[in-house]
Design a protein around this ligand. Sequence first.
Ligand SMILES: Nc1nc2c(ncn2[C@@H]2O[C@H](COP(=O)(O)OP(=O)(O)OP(=O)(O)O)[C@@H](O)[C@H]2O)c(=O)[nH]1
Ligand SMILES: [Mg+2]
Length: 445
Amino acid sequence: MQNGYMTDTISAIATPIGSGGVSIIRISGAKAFEIIDKLFSVKNIVPNRIYHGNIIENGEKLDDVIVLPFKSPNSYTGEDVIEIQCHGGVYITNKILDLTIKSGARLAQKGEYTKRAFLNGKMDLSQAEAVLDLIQAPTEKFASSTAKNLFGKLSLEISNIRHEIMELLSKIVAAVDFPEDVKEPEYSYIENTIENILEKINKILSFSKSSNVFRQGVKIVLAGRPNVGKSSLFNALLNLDRAIVTDIAGTTRDCLQETLDIDGIPVTIIDTAGIREGENINKVEAIGIDYSKKYQQEADLILFLYALNDGFTQEDERIFETIKDKNYIKIAAKSDLTNNKDESSVCISLKTGDNLDILKEKIKASVINQNLTEVEFITNKRQQKCLEETKNALINALIGAQNRQIQDLISIDVKSALMFISEVSGEVVTDEILNNIFDNFCIGK
Ligand SMILES: Nc1nc2c(ncn2[C@@H]2O[C@H](COP(=O)(O)OP(=O)(O)OP(=O)(O)O)[C@@H](O)[C@H]2O)c(=O)[nH]1
Ligand SMILES: [Mg+2]
């Protein structure tokens, strides 16, 4: 931690910038009460009350505000905190923020309130990360799962695991340090304990993939030749006239992206330029085609379209070859223009709306399949990495115990498992890790 970092009093706007009913400016630190005393028409305010009064500058009333005082340790950050609720105008909010700075606060850094809450023991690291998740949650389902972490679901499980590792370590170390007084634990006891702990860690990790899907969402990419109806389908799925549709082959150049919520999973749908080769392709379309190929490779699901009335052409075949190893749904479009059938595809018509419901169901099933089960423990990549490292260290210790290695050596692996698990909740954490986490927050949180 930087010198003097935690002793500064910080101030920032806690609400989004823009015109609105109310904006909140939050001051945190030892000088919070002193600062509000300089600016507020009501003097000597005490905590746990709500005050109505004016912000005064040079004897002039600037705004009519509500002030909420909190006394350390009973506040979000654990420090003295003053919240000023003013009218939600951009000018007035910035003006009041400015006055708090002139009166002795400094502008808060990104996530500094939550970082202080963590450093002051108001929450552990996984709860602080849950705050960020909740702010950024793209869907209701993710928000409700991550809220469980905010209330300590993951922290509690990690703390139990940590406790069990610590107990195992102390039993081994006690016998190593005091061989005359303390009996060495049975190897079978060490093995059973580690196996039990590994089971708990594996359970949390079994939700990693689903956690990541919830967090990053699923990418669906439309692919196929020009003019087969990709943009038309894109618009139909979004229920929006988003992409330009014409009968000119090569209409779409740039990749267009929109998001949808499918059963709580954030889904990004990407419309791409139709892929073709030949001499009448200009530079712009060629760039678009390169993008299409790139997006298709990154897709979690590809909606591959061909025109049923044209049949499955060589060109369709060539494009299909490049995506067939990926997760795809094959769609025969423009079924209204022909009596042709294709059993291996979903035959749709955007003109008549034929089979569009069936296609939507298929897309939903594929998206949900990737998400597998209900997510009991939401984790992020950092937490998953710490848990993987804990697991590896414990597996080494287990192998040591199975081979009846001397227990002094086994204790080394158990000790590193303890270090790794402690990183999840933040008992052991470096400045670099903290800065990485809180850099993702916005200013004012
Ligand atoms: N009859 C009929 N016409 C369709 C259907 N779907 C799309 N079209 C028409 O086919 C033409 C091409 O549609 P687009 O959606 O622009 O095709 P695209 O695949 O995005 O084409 P590019 O952007 O050039 O790659 C337009 O004239 C659409 O109106 C359909 O189901 N039936
Ligand atoms: Mg298009």
